[in-house]
Design a protein around this ligand. Sequence first.
Ligand code: ZN
Length: 238
Amino acid sequence: MRIIDGVYIVGGAGYNLSRGCNVYLIDTGGDLLLVDIGSEDDVKLIKENIRAEGLNPSDVSVLFITHPHMDHAGGAYKAKRLFECRLAAHEITAEIIEREFRKRRDKLLSAQVEIKLHGGESLTFGDLEVHILDTPGHTREGGDLCYLIEVDGKSVLFTGDVAFKCERGLMAGHPITAWVGKRNQKDIETYLNSLRKLLETVKPDILLPGHGLLALRDGWKEIEECIRIVEKYLRDLA
Ligand SMILES: [Zn+2]
């Protein structure tokens, strides 16, 4: 489904996928870029959804991963095989996708990450620039990235699990505090800093999260809401 000019949602709960996150496709006018891929079971349907938009799945050149959790990166190996694309991820996430996946119980195949990132850089595809933002705190090992593009003068931020409509609407059962609650205070503070940095430096118009509803207007309000929830959580701990 087209969200705005050149940006589509091609996977996630809206497509009745079992374990996958929201998967986004960016049409740069030449290359197609994916943001996250969901679980291994989701990849085939994502390919069909790309075709249903009148686009050619073999034009997918880079799959950007936000973090190494199964519901976001589990399909990485299969996606590389189906799309013949390169993988881009934070170097910490890359390490997990390249080495750790094969040790896990569900025996996911490891995938090589060709583009290793650490935040602060920008990648250019035709007229489109993808800005890489280092936003640690969600993944225990670090390595969470957000991706920022500009479309028609609007800033569009892909947040993975760093910010999403967490305690309202469809996100019941996946509230932000469910995972924040499993982290130590230092990790939560790191996370809070990432959120504050996003609000101060990016303040996105459109926020496209890894789960739940898309924030198509005043996306920064979602970040504000996440900050409010996490600050309250820390206050209640004290
Ligand atoms: Zn997730």
